[in-house]
Design a binder for this molecule. Structure first.
Ligand SMILES: O=C(O)C1=C[C@@H](OP(=O)(O)O)[C@@H](O)[C@H](O)C1
Ligand SMILES: C=C(OP(=O)(O)O)C(=O)O
Length: 436
């Protein structure tokens, strides 16, 4: 689907959609803990549905309700038993969701009934090492690396798992959610440098909702500082009954970036003290010179003179597209630094951000782990390939709202990966998005 954006600044208030990251985690924990859980979740997406379908394939029963999901866990041997029994040899389709694949892989291994994990798009090319090797070292047999479906057999053994912190935090999150299923305590040793650290905190919060504590200590391993996360078998894990998925800062960041560029936008339903690292979009918008305000659960941005900045995105990779849109509308040079892992997302996001904004008239230098954006206050518009990457399509839409001429986004339907209603909400804010 092509969507053409005609210039019109975005104005108004939009409710945040439920956090995709938190929805994955709460659905998984609900499926693995005794008791029924009602998850209030005001939005779903292809990625969230991929996690739902994987959990159903393992034997959970998940119904869509008026407010979100009702999750009945995988069967246990009794109503209060924490040992879950998966359907043997289940086939899990992870869609294009990296989180789903990297979270479900250690869980399937821990459940010990075998299975296979499939995926589409770029998923087979996104890294699974060193999670793959750590699972193999702990008793699991896996089919050839780098090919999906990945066949899993054997049972994951508890112990000490070593994960370097600079490939994907999703390896750590997956192990954290799998560890309570094991028969003895485990330690996950995450060596510095750790990137996307806030996502690990989010996982620890999700476990806490279900009564599972994670011990956090520090050690030096081979001269490197490491964080050691300790998890015991989940004998006391229990459903909280009802839990609410907080608002998604990663997607709200597009609206807040749009408000910083032109017009003025508020996003309601956000936890201003969230563990989501992407709430730093507000500090970043302020650093560019935009006006930012926070009140209750509402965050707002309005434009002012925008100037280029250096921004370290080591902990907030998903902010790069909205930050790049602000940078292209600022004057002066912006450096988006420590962004190498962006090459491992739904697209090579350093390259696709560069190509999309360059097609709209920006001047960008792409470095191995950085983007240098020379803003001159506005973009001309143009034709952009979304490259099957939802965050590239959303970036082009908000940048297009402030361009001089129209912007056509090819393959704009990919927003459904995280935000199926994106273009409806865009229009609610006064944006002009024509399909055709
Ligand atoms: O755990 C999560 O929910 C996520 C972690 C991040 O990935 P990496 O840890 O691979 O950077 C982020 O980019 C992704 O969109 C969601
Ligand atoms: C990278 C993303 O998700 P995932 O890794 O779960 O595919 C994303 O939503 O930008």
């Amino acid at each position: 689907m092509d969507v053409t954006i005609h210039p019109a600044p975005l104005h108004g208030t939009i409710p945040a959609i439920a956090s995709k990251s938190m929805a994955h985690r709460l659905l998984i924990m609900a499926a693995l803990c005794p008791g029924t859980t009602d998850i209030n979740c005001n939005a779903t997406s292809k990625d969230i549905q991929a996690t739902v379908s994987c959990l159903e394939a393992l034997g959970a029963r998940i119904a869509s309700t008026r407010l979100g999901f009702r999750v009945n866990p995988l069967p246990g041997t009794s109503a209060t038993d924490n040992i879950r029994q998966a359907i043997p040899g289940a086939h899990l389709d992870c869609g294009e969701s990296g989180s789903t694949l990297r979270f479900m892989l250690p869980i399937v291994a821990a459940l010990g009934r075998g299975g296979s994990l499939d995926g589409h798009g770029r998923l087979a090319d996104r890294p699974l090492s060193p999670l793959y090797e750590e699972l193999v070292c702990h008793g699991v047999t896996l089919s050839t690396r780098g090919k999906l479906p990945l066949e899993v057999s054997g049972t994951l053994l508890p112990g000490r798992f070593s994960i370097p912190g600079n490939v994907s935090s999703q390896f750590v999150s997956g192990l954290l959610m799998a560890a309570p299923l094991l028969s003895a305590p485990s330690e996950i040793v995450v060596t510095e440098p750790v990137e996307s650290r806030s996502y690990i905190r989010l996982t620890i919060r999700a476990l806490a909702e279900f009564g599972i504590d994670v011990g956090v200590t520090h050690e030096t391993v081979d001269g490197n500082r490491a964080t050691v996360l300790s998890v015991s078998p989940a004998r006391s894990a229990v459903s909280p009954g009802t839990v609410t998925v907080e608002g998604d800062w990663s997607n709200a960041a597009f609206w807040l970036a749009a408000g910083a560029i032109a017009g003025g936008v508020s996003v309601s339903g956000l936890d201003l003290a969230s563990a989501q690292g992407d709430r730093t979009i507000l500090a970043c918008a302020a650093a560019f010179g935009a006006r930012v305000s926070r009140s209750g659960n509402v965050a707002s941005t309005t434009p002012d003179t925008l100037r280029g900045r250096t921004i370290d995105v080591r902990d907030t990779p998903d902010l790069v597209p909205p930050l790049a849109a602000i940078a292209a509308n600022a004057s002066g040079t912006t450096v988006i630094a420590n962004a190498g892992r962006l090459r491992l997302k739904e697209s090579d996001r350093l390259s696709t951000v560069n190509k999309a904004l360059t097609a709209m008239g920006a001047s960008i230098e792409e470095e191995p782990d950085a983007l240098v954006i020379h803003g001159n206050g506005s973009l001309s518009g143009g034709t952009v390939d979304a490259a099957n990457d939802h965050r590239i399509a959303m970036m082009a839409a908000i940048a297009g709202a402030n361009a001089i001429g129209p912007t056509t986004i090819r393959g704009a339907e990919c927003v459904a990966k995280s935000y199926p209603r994106f273009f409806e909400d865009f229009r609610t804010l006064g944006g002009i998005a024509e399909e055709g």
